[in-house]
Write a protein that binds this ligand. Sequence first.
Ligand SMILES: Nc1ncnc2c1ncn2[C@@H]1O[C@H](COP(=O)(O)OP(=O)(O)OP(=O)(O)O)[C@@H](O)[C@H]1O
Ligand SMILES: [Mg+2]
Length: 260
Amino acid sequence: MSGEVPRLEVRDVTVRFAGVTALDGVGFTVEPGSLHAVIGPNGAGKSTCFNVLSGLCRPASGSVRLGGTELVGLPPHRIAALGVARTFQNIALSPHLTAAGNLMLARHRLTRAGFLACGLRLPSARREERRHAARVREIAEFTGVAAHLATPAGLLPYGVRKRLELARALCLEPAVLLLDEPVAGMNGGERREMARTIQRVRAGLGVSVLLVEHDMDLVARLADEVTVLDFGRRIAGGTPEEIQRHPDVVRAYLGTEAPA
Ligand SMILES: Nc1ncnc2c1ncn2[C@@H]1O[C@H](COP(=O)(O)OP(=O)(O)OP(=O)(O)O)[C@@H](O)[C@H]1O
Ligand SMILES: [Mg+2]
């Protein structure tokens, strides 16, 4: 993916729900191949921002450009096909399907062989299926879920399901990966392991990563740049060091959950 990853530019995005302005003229740029964190107190608008980027939520105004392509107004599957893949804050896997089944399902978006070829079991479709299965295994090894491929997703421990979500997003061969609280609910060891995996993904695949996370140690360790939201507004942006000393950021976190 490296070298072809487009810049992601969010400009002046506003989202209103009945009575709540969840995002208020928010803008930032994710440079190709960088890790950009979005932080802020609960309810700041972080997940809403991801919902806009992935097409689940249409903003009242504003623009999201991936390279030269406007994403606002496109349906989620088109945005995914353009190379923006995400994980969810609350795990959204199919619990009855095996881990491998979940990954193959994601892979299906990329399947060129049409229904007819599949139905007729043409050699081209079989070849394609084998190619996808091999890539699924590779991604599973990369993300540390290979030992669990035959297990129904619903029976896997929480930490493994979070990694499987990451694997599923990678199955779309994204240029930009959106991770919504990838280590939430994990213990210290699992967090460190996940942080290493995110670093490996970024270095190995050259993708841009946009990360929503409350764990400030993790953000400081991984992020090149940080955007801070509070009550739907962008109150600061910069390197992790700049952000941690920023008076508005310190103020936003006072009285709420302090950055851990
Ligand atoms: N579908 C919706 N309908 C109405 N209000 C919503 C909806 N989704 C989000 N909101 C509101 O928009 C605001 C931003 O919510 P959002 O989930 O984006 O915050 P967040 O920064 O992800 O918070 P958290 O850290 O708790 O995950 C909140 O006030 C929330 O209640
Ligand atoms: Mg959220």
